[in-house]
Ligand binder design. Structure first.
Ligand code: ATP
Ligand code: MG
Length: 552
């Protein structure tokens, strides 16, 4: 893959390189990737990961992995673990592993300082009253009756909030900015709320928790972040980001820059929505191969290089556009076309008995692992008198231009002989159970004499075949933009997973290690399932078809 080539420039790279040249932030570059541990990472996060870690790598800087863990009711150590392993799997390593919760004491001290400076106050309105007082886009807000509390009273109340003297929701700490601001985020936003919920790291040590907008900018500052990169929806929060840092006179403050989030057609990129698919058992867990999660894509057979290459191809801009699914599929198709070894597997077998093949005989054929890449070598495949072929590679009544096997017709078994179909055996229901064929012994590696055989089909030797399960996946959503639907669950496609349990595969496939990517010749790219595959019970997931099937 070309992903390790020098990444193309984008506006953030231009900005960083200009800042470094100008000696801003002492010529340092510090970025961070700041997920909330409330679910598993998705392909949108990969964009942010490649951007943040990629900048640090390419400009001699550092990138932290920071858990923005300020909502104890949604967060969990399981998610934190999963996020760490996804980032590592994508090929990145962090300079420091950090948590907003590491800074709870510092954040509290900063809040006390804001109160001292007259920049924050304890409000005792109810949540509903606060909403009412906030006004709207067309009407200014009005000040809370508690806005003019004295510094002493605010310090006392805030300390007692922390001590647990009040019930959840009884008071909040608010920034004292501007209730008439045209930017709703600046109308005295909440900085702290009382919430009695055990935190997965700090336990019951705290009953007040900082809000995202307050914790984020200060966590950046504490980590000496220079460039704080986030998605466009935070553009309206930037004035607040800057206000908090300025009000505390933070030296050399980090700068927030926004870029367009990845939107991908036919899927949903939001942890909060993806978690519903898991909870409601619409998918088989976070790593279901239909999920747009990193772990789902991994189980589907995507490689880290392909995901990095995808992030490279989509680029980084301020334009909020939607990427079409083939863009994602083409990176893995290109990767696997180059790198996956070729194997033969029959998904829906019919038995072919070669009546003129010597009894109890077999021979070893040497087949290329990758026809375009001789360095991939060869493997030994046994050939004998009974093989399986794909049910739809035979037609009793062939449609026009059908080049495969028909009664009385000939076809080549790939890498092997030409066979002719002499007889079709059916059961009581008229279902074909066996084809009786004869082979031409002079056609191994040679064209037959005096006639042309156009069709070539794949096959698996019956004697050595291993029965495998193969899972075929279709897109989970039938609508290109499920996020825009009133309820995204209405856009779920029925039957997006098909499990084939009687597939016949060559022994090399059974022996493949879990997560091995292969091409099943003529069928597509598949991967040995990470969880379920074993030599005794091979299980493969279809990663992608050989060609784009989106009808483009
Ligand atoms: P949630 O659905 O829980 O809000 P989220 O997808 O917004 O989840 P966060 O944990 O808030 O995830 O995001 C971590 C980082 O990843 C943030 O810096 C965020 O801007 C970035 N990010 C999230 N979604 C995308 C996306 N679709 N494209 C690019 N970056 C993203
Ligand atoms: Mg978010």
């Amino acid at each position: 893959m070309s992903s390790d080539a020098k990444p193309s420039n984008n506006f953030i790279r231009h900005l960083v390189s200009a800042d470094l040249e100008a000696g801003k932030h002492g010529g340092r570059l510090q970025t961070r990737f700041p997920p909330e541990p409330n679910g598993y990472l998705h392909i949108g996060h990969a964009k942010s990961i490649c951007l943040n870690f990629g900048l640090a790598r390419d400009y001699g800087g550092q990138c932290n992995l920071r858990f923005d863990d300020t909502n104890p009711e949604k967060e969990d150590a399981e998610y934190e673990q999963a996020i760490q392993s996804d980032v590592e799997w994508l090929g990145f390593s962090w300079s420091n592993l950090c948590h907003a919760s590491d800074y709870y004491q510092q954040l509290y001290d900063y809040a006390v300082e804001l109160i001292r400076r007259g920049c924050a106050y304890v409000d005792s309105l109810s949540a509903e009253e606060i909403r009412e007082y906030r006004g709207s886009l067309t009407e200014p807000g009005k000040p809370s009756p508690y806005r003019e509390r004295s510094v002493e009273e605010n310090l006392d109340l805030f300390e007692r909030m922390r001590e647990g003297e009040f019930a959840d929701g009884e008071h909040v700490l608010r920034a004292r900015i501007d209730m008439a601001s045209g930017n709703m985020n600046m109308r005295d936003p909440t900085l702290y709320r009382i919430r009695r919920h055990t935190h997965y790291r700090t336990g019951d040590q705290w009953c007040i928790y900082p809000m995202y907008d307050y914790a984020h900018c200060l966590s950046d500052a504490i980590e000496n972040v220079t460039h704080s990169l986030c998605t466009l929806e935070f553009e309206d929060h930037r004035p607040l980001y800057d206000w908090v840092l300025a009000s505390l006179e933070i030296a050399d403050p980090p700068k927030q820059t926004e870029f367009a989030p990845l939107n991908l057609e036919y899927t949903i990129l939001s942890k909060r929505k993806l978690i519903q698919l898991v909870r409601e058992k619409i998918v088989d867990g976070w790593d279901d191969p239909r999920m747009p999660t990193i772990t789902g894509l991994r189980r589907r057979g995507f490689t880290p290089a392909a995901i990095r290459e995808f992030c490279e191809r989509i680029g980084v801009t301020k334009n909020d556009a939607s990427i079409e699914m083939p863009v994602l599929e083409n990176v893995i198709r290109d990767d696997l076309n180059t790198n996956a070894l070729r194997r033969m597997a029959v998904l829906d077998p019919i038995k072919v008995v070669i009546t003129n093949y010597p009894q109890d005989h077999s021979e070893t054929l040497s087949l290329p692992n990758h026809p375009q890449n001789p360095e991939a070598g060869t493997r030994d495949v046994l050939f004998g008198g009974t093989v399986y072929i794909e049910r739809d590679d035979f037609a009793e009544v062939p449609p026009p231009k059908f080049k495969r096997l028909v009664p009385g017709g000939e076809v080549r078994l790939r890498g092997s002989y030409v066979i002719r179909c002499d007889e079709v055996i059916k059961d009581d229901k008229g279902e074909i159970t066996e084809l009786r064929c004869s082979y031409d012994e002079n056609t191994l590696g040679k064209n037959p004499e005096g006639r042309k055989v156009k069709g070539v089909i794949h096959w698996v030797n019956a004697e050595t075949a291993v029965t495998a399960e193969v899972r075929i996946y279709e897109p989970l959503f039938k609508d290109p933009n499920p996020a825009a639907a009133e309820d995204f669950l209405d856009c779920i496609r029925e039957n997006s997973k098909t499990v084939l349990t009687n597939c016949k595969v060559e022994p090399a496939l059974a022996e493949a290690a879990p997560e091995t990517n292969v091409q099943f010749e003529r069928q597509g790219y598949f991967v040995a399932d990470r969880r379920d595959h074993s030599p005794a019970r091979p299980v493969f997931n279809r990663t992608i078809t050989l060609r784009d099937s989106w009808g483009g």
